[in-house]
Design a protein around this ligand. Structure first.
Ligand code: GMT
Length: 377
């Protein structure tokens, strides 16, 4: 199949999922055309069956706001036509689903039929999408998509709750890409950050408010009072300064390492003992799954789709949003005793296999084949 994938090329989970999905499909022999405004961060160097089409964002002085959606639509029309794509798969509803709808209509007027599948990732529904300034468009696009998928049961429920749609939504969970795996250098790297006997806690995110990064620091402060440890924070975003300020106030500067944006987060995860994800909401929690995939247990909030990934008492623990006392207690329960830590690590790794790409990829392929079948009827 020839598939166009539209995504945000940044560090966000939806971009990671779209990119890794495209890479896996290309490996299976499908021809994949990424359409976005810059090279997706997880794309890597040249690969067979993978093509990248850049959406050039104009800089016309009349526009106070550049019409990215229009330029994306034109690029989609162009790529579908000249690369003879079979379907479009757009990740994140805003504005990708509405651009796909428009592209589909333009192509229809030229006698070309192109189905599009929309994958809902979370904030496009739970935070941004339900805002009245986007809601009518998102509702329309969900209803008009040829197929809709959501990354968790929780997100599917949220979509039905917030949008006036009865559209079938297929739940296809996020997955672990084969690039995730423990390297041999981890013990050496670990020495750079933590002394023998010190535990390493970590958090990876885009430091948005929804991630509650200050809770991460507070939880760590409580753990560190009882157990010598370090906290590694990977990523960057609007809440970084608040987190840095808190670290200074709590006199933890020697104990907390801000790495900034990291391309290969697996290297951070593999030297860690525990992953903290105290988010306000999280449709899935891909960062937690990536931690589990290298045998790192998770202490998280009990919200959105997280409990579908992090199993309470098995792969880590769940607490109410904002309950930093409970999260610190749970972290200590996992970290204090080496045998308990080993047990949780093993169970986290085992659970991550449930989300192996080998199991998830055929779910997307089935939807693709069904759509193409419908078009050729
Ligand atoms: O978490 C973010 O802010 C990034 C966002 C995105 O769209 O890239 O992540 C969402 O999609 C991920 C991939 O499906 C999910 O794992 C995240 O849970 C989800 N984020 C939220 O729901 C807050």
């Amino acid at each position: 199949m020839k598939i166009g994938i539209v995504l945000y090329p940044t560090f966000g989970g939806s971009g990671v999922v779209g990119t890794e999905l495209g890479k896996a499909l290309a490996k299976k022999g499908h021809q994949i055309h990424f359409i976005t405004y810059s090279q997706p961060v997880r794309l890597g160097s040249f690969r067979e069956n993978i093509f990248y089409h850049e959406v050039a964002v104009s800089d016309y002085p009349l526009f106070e706001y550049q019409p990215y959606e229009t330029e994306l639509t034109s690029k989609m029309v162009d790529v579908v036509k000249y690369e003879q794509l079979d379907l479009l798969h757009v990740h994140y509803a805003i504005p990708h689903a509405s651009a796909a709808y428009m592209a589909k209509q333009i192509l229809k007027s030229q006698g070309i039929t192109i189905p599009y599948i929309t994958t809902l990732h979370g904030t496009d529904i739970t935070l941004v999408g339900k805002d009245p300034s986007f809601e009518p468009v998102i509702t329309f696009c969900i209803n008009e998509s040829d197929a809709v998928t959501a990354v968790s049961e929780s997100l599917k429920r949220d979509t039905y709750k917030h949008f006036n749609t009865t559209r079938e939504i297929h739940v296809i969970p996020n997955f672990i890409a084969p690039t995730i795996g423990i390297s041999n250098a981890s013990a050496e790297v670990r020495q750079k950050y933590a002394k023998d006997g010190e535990r390493i806690l970590c958090h990876v995110s885009n430091f948005r408010k929804v991630k509650r990064v200050e809770d991460v620091v507070q939880i760590f402060a409580k753990v560190n009072q009882q157990l010598p440890s370090k906290l590694i924070l990977a990523g960057d975003g609007p809440e970084r300064y608040a987190a840095e300020r808190l670290v200074r106030e709590l006199k933890l500067c020697e104990k907390v390492i801000f790495l900034g944006k990291v391309r290969d987060t697996a290297h951070v995860l593999e030297i860690s003992d525990l992953f903290l994800l105290p988010s306000e909401t999280e449709s899935f929690g891909l960062a937690a799954l990536e931690a589990m995939a290298v045998g790192v247990p998770v202490v998280s909030s009990n919200t959105g789709g997280i409990p579908e990934v992090n199993k309470h008492g098995i792969t880590g623990f769940l607490s109410d949003v904002g309950d930093i006392e409970d999260m610190a207690k749970n972290a200590l329960e996992i970290l204090t005793n080496p045998e308990t830590l080993h047990k949780f690590k093993t169970q986290a790794l085992e659970m991550s296999h449930e989300f192996d790409l080998v199991k998830i990829l055929p779910m997307y392929e089935k939807i693709y084949f069904d759509l193409i079948k419908d078009v050729s009827k």
